[in-house]
Design a protein around this ligand. Structure first.
Ligand code: DAH
Length: 340
């Protein structure tokens, strides 16, 4: 009996040597030490032995059991460690590897310029109004005192959708919407796209942007107009900027003017930017025509107002030295990036 036991133990130890994985080790443990394992079975047979024999058999079997358990447990530890190391290796992060760079976009120069203009007026208490790019002929022309024979209404100047609907030619249409929707005091600017049938060249585009302004209240005079717009020019083009107002004509203002700013490149001496004159034309403006106020049902005896409108592209090009308007719409990333 004891020889069988010893042979079984030798055999078990031999098999244990060639265990090659955690599973192998577990299988072998069940096979030898499990409930029906080889060693367990042999130990069960001890109950039928004579006491002397049982003692010797028991000693050998117990010693073997301890040794086999230890060996299996060592093997398992070893394979567990191996597995853990393999997992670590698979998860390794190379912290020195360069990251994946997500390129940051840049604001378009038109947006930058609209934001700059808006900021100046918002600081003076203006709020921002918006109107649709597809407008009624009424809001774009009639309500702005531009009657049926006004040249700007011509089919060759304006994109008509139907006889009564068009792509707005000016943000001045937002003046009408504002007058119809609000009661004085009114103090708004309205940035947005406009459209005219122009053939693209270095200074013309059939789509462009304007920022409109409208102020209506009691006792508003030309002095308010000049104060606000002069302050705008100083904030936009530098504190040393000077302004001058030239008489002009717009159907929706009376009197009307154009505002020039002293050249921000040469300061007024004359250069290529101001074409030698020392002045740069920046915007149109005037006191709101009573006919326009009346459209909004405003009491023209009590209220007066002023309005202004400027071309965003023109200001952006002058301020940032862009010499061709088409660059603004080509969306060449190398161009756009320069104005971060
Ligand atoms: N809408 C005019 C244009 O497109 C610009 C303009 C001039 C707007 C005078 C105004 C204004 O509000 O008062 O040429």
């Amino acid at each position: 009996m004891i020889d069988n036991l010893k042979a079984m133990i030798d055999e078990a130890m031999h098999r244990l040597e060639s265990v090659a994985s955690l599973e192998d080790a577990e299988n072998l443990r069940v096979k030898i030490l499990g409930k029906k394992g080889e060693l367990t079975e042999m130990m069960k047979s001890m109950k039928d032995m004579a006491p002397e024999q049982r003692k010797e058999f028991g000693a050998v079997a117990n010693e073997a059991r301890t040794r086999i358990e230890k060996t299996i447990s060592d093997k398992m530890d070893y394979f567990r460690e191996l597995k853990k190391q393999a997992e670590f290796a698979a998860e390794t992060i190379d912290v020195t590897e360069p990251g994946i760079v997500t390129p940051l976009g840049a604001k378009h120069l038109i947006s930058i310029t609209i934001d700059e203009i808006s900021r100046v007026f918002m600081d003076m208490g203006f709020s921002v109004a918006e109107g649709p790019e597809v407008e009624t002929v009424f809001n774009n022309f009639d309500a702005l005192n531009a009657g049926p024979n006004h040249p700007a209404r011509d089919i060759t100047d304006t994109f008509y959708i139907t006889d009564d609907v068009l792509l707005r030619t000016q943000t001045s249409s937002v003046q009408v919407r504002t007058l119809l929707a609000k009661k004085p005091p009114i103090k708004v600017i309205a940035p947005g796209r406009c459209f005219r049938c122009d053939t693209p060249d270095a200074t013309h585009s059939p789509m462009f942007h304007q920022v409109e302004g409208l102020v209506v209240g009691e006792g508003i005079t030309m002095a308010d107009l000049k104060g606000v717009l002069d302050s705008f020019a100083k904030q936009m083009f530098g504190p040393d900027s000077r302004t001058k107002f030239r008489p002009h004509h717009f159907p929706f203002t009376e009197p009307s003017a154009e505002m020039d700013v002293s050249c921000f490149k040469c300061g007024g001496a004359g250069c290529n930017i101001c074409k030698g004159s020392g002045w740069i034309e920046i915007l149109g403006c005037g006191m709101v025509h009573p006919n326009v106020l009346k459209v909004g049902g405003i009491d023209t005896e009590k209220y007066t107002g002023f309005a202004f409108g400027m071309g965003v592209e023109r200001i952006a090009m002058l301020k940032y030295g862009v010499d061709d308007i088409r660059l603004l719409y080509e969306n060449d990333i190398r161009f756009i990036r320069q104005f971060k």
